[in-house]
Ligand binder design. Structure first.
Ligand SMILES: [Zn+2]
Ligand SMILES: [Zn+2]
Ligand SMILES: [Zn+2]
Length: 488
């Protein structure tokens, strides 16, 4: 997040807006901003909460925005993307971490014996769509990008290789060596099919595991269940890839989340690893025909680069610990196309195609989505709708139902905790002073959506300043705590 600018650098009208906001009602407004966690684009709501007596039907307004500044209530936008809202994204990342870690080490309703289940961390990548500039390094040694025979040319007269040793922040990383040799169209089609390829992989995984265990698929499904959580990430070249946590459980059909048990003996992490390798190597999804009279069927497959790590207690050599994996995956859950050096936050319209302020190869990918999106046979892939995502229209982070708790449950628990803390140990009472849990009252809330974001630049500036102050206070508190602990 950028630090707030000095007031001397603000435009006079912005200063006027800030002063107006800092007038009467400021304290309550600032309280609301703090309650959103200093969201940068809070949702503005108007409305009321009413309690109606279940028996008599008598109503009482217990909360109304009429008494709020501007008769408005601010609510956090909840966006997961760090580039859209840093504070909501930080909350999302923390929640994701809790959710992912619970599936690996227990907690949040899961027994801690899940730590003994076979658990893998797998990265599924896209195949190659042509040569791109890349950085290959081992320790401090950096290798040449694409060492081809000197002077060798591609059919378009471009250099076939690249002998440079690229820096980690070289903007050319991920760019094709020759834009015309590069299979831009194939890559966006692959991105569009990646979500389907993933779901088919989970089916193939059962099949491969059954084969390796020497049982039928039905017998296998009666014995084990594969639980997973995954996130999508963009590689520099603009292809999506997936990081997945895969855990093997015993098959239980009762609905409660704590009924997660270790799979029968013989179902080891190594067996699961072999099944993942076999499934990834064989699974494919056919692509709808690009042209009516196209003779061949295109299929989407995973690339050869499949990274499989065992997740263990200690995180030994070549293995990863639960904390490492949960932290890694949670971080990616807050990103989108940022890794490409651009933020395509919104859908792209036809008029914008020309002036896209993104690297050339990203613009090519967006254009390919737009072009292929017009082909009738490809309509189902909705490439135009997902052009800003370079064709990928799937969910960024998903999990199977039994992996662990849900983000919604974590949010509910956080709200309940905040209410408990505010209220202390007193019971919540309804409008008539009876315990709210007695169900003698019906709670009716009605809200109208007014808009999103602060109402003026001056207001946004004040909110950003308050956020900076809160961050500073937290930092000082942390330091004080550290020095007291050190002194003790
Ligand atoms: Zn927000
Ligand atoms: Zn290069
Ligand atoms: Zn070429």
């Amino acid at each position: 997040m950028t630090d707030p600018v000095l007031i001397g650098e603000l435009l006079p009208e912005v200063v006027a807006e800030a002063i107006a906001r800092a007038g009467p009602g400021y304290d309550r407004w600032a309280e609301q901003v703090a309650a959103t966690g200093y969201c940068t684009h809070p949702v503005r709501l108007r409305g009321r909460v009413e309690h109606a007596d279940a028996e008599t039907g008598e109503g009482h307004t217990v909360y109304s925005t009429d008494r709020e500044p501007d008769a408005t209530l601010l609510k956090a936008c909840g966006n997961r993307r760090a580039s859209v809202c840093p504070s909501c994204s930080a909350t999302y990342q923390a929640d994701s971490f809790q959710l992912l870690a619970a599936g690996l080490r227990g907690g949040k309703g899961l027994p801690d014996t899940v730590a003994e289940h076979p658990r893998l961390f797998v990265t599924f990548t896209a195949p190659s769509f042509g040569r791109v500039h890349s950085r290959k390094a081992q320790g401090r040694l950096v290798y040449p990008c694409r060492p081809f025979r000197q002077g060798q040319r591609c059919p378009h007269g471009g250099r076939a290789g690249c002998w440079q040793r690229h820096d980690a922040d070289d903007p050319r990383l991920g760019e094709p060596l020759c834009a015309r040799c590069y299979q831009t169209g194939a890559q966006v089609l692959w991105n569009a099919l990646a979500g389907r390829l993933w779901s088919r992989t989970t089916i193939y995984l059962y099949r491969a595991l059954a084969q390796l265990a020497g049982v039928t698929e039905a017998e296998l499904r009666g014995a084990v269940r594969i639980s997973f959580a995954k996130v999508a990430e963009y590689q520099k070249r603009g292809a999506v890839h997936f990081h997945a946590i895969i855990r093997l459980d015993a098959a239980t059909d009762c609905g409660c989340p704590s009924c997660v048990a270790a799979p029968p003996a013989g179902f080891t992490a190594d067996l699961l690893k072999r099944a993942v390798q076999q499934a990834a190597a064989t699974v494919a999804v056919p692509c709808p025909a690009v042209d009516e009279d196209q003779g061949v069927t295109l299929v989407a497959r995973w690339g050869d680069q499949l990274d499989v790590h065992l997740i263990t207690e200690a995180g030994e050599e070549g293995e990863l610990s639960a904390e490492q994996v949960a932290g890694y995956v949670a971080k990616y859950a807050t990103k989108s196309t940022e890794a490409l050096g651009v933020t395509l936050d919104h859908r792209v319209g036809e008029v914008e195609l020309e002036g896209l302020d993104v690297p050339a190869h990203v613009a090519e990918l967006v254009r390919a989505c737009w072009e292929l999106g017009a082909r009738p046979g490809l309509g189902k892939l909705r490439l135009r709708k997902w052009a800003h995502m370079l064709g990928f229209g799937g969910h960024f982070s998903t999990k199977s139902r039994r992996y662990s708790t849900t983000l919604r449950a974590l949010r509910r628990a956080r709200v309940a905790y905040a209410i408990r803390r505010r209220r202390g140990h007193t019971l919540p009472l309804d409008a008539w002073g009876r315990p709210e849990d007695d169900q003698a009252v019906v709670v009716v809330a009605s809200w109208t959506y007014l808009g999103r974001g602060y109402q003026s630049t001056g207001e946004a500036w004040l909110a950003a300043s308050a956020a900076a102050r809160a961050r500073e206070e937290r930092r000082v508190a942390r330091e004080e705590l550290r020095s007291t602990t050190a002194a003790a």
